[in-house]
Structures are given as C-alpha cells and as structure tokens.
Unconditional design. Sequence first.
Length: 90
Amino acid sequence: MKQLQGENFGAEVAEERRYLPSFSITGEDLPEVKKWEVGKTYELKIKVRMKSLTEQEKKTRAELEIQGVEIAKKKNYEKEYAEKRSNINS
C-alpha cells in the first residue's frame, strides 16, 4: 500500500508540518468502528468517484467522493499456498 506524503500549508520551513487527507464515518455506515480503538491502525477498502481534477504549477489535486467502504480482507497466504499445492497434485 502506498504511504501518503500529505500536504504542507504555509511557508516552507525546516520544520514544515504535513497534513494527511482524512474523513469521518458513522457507525451506521461502518458498524465495526464501534469496537475499534483510538490510535490503532485499520485497513479499509474504499470506493470513490472523482469529482474534479485540478493541476496548478507542480501540484495535482483530485476531489474524491467516497461512495462505499468495507474492511480490507487480509489474505491467508498459508491457505492459498495449500490450495495451490493440492491442485498441483491432482
């Protein structure tokens, strides 16, 4: 997964502060958040629709509307490997 660099606002200084994109969501849209802990990291899969694209100087900015969200499924590599091995031997 690509790590985001964020964006800095104001003058460029040695200790510039970078801001990452963020969004909020309700427990009605994603009930699992009710059991999550503040400060921990979770992986989501989101479906977005691009609303606009702006290019100025060396910056490109896209405005995206979130249309769907789900918890990212973690691959079970051991199970996948076992399934591939069992298919080879058949």
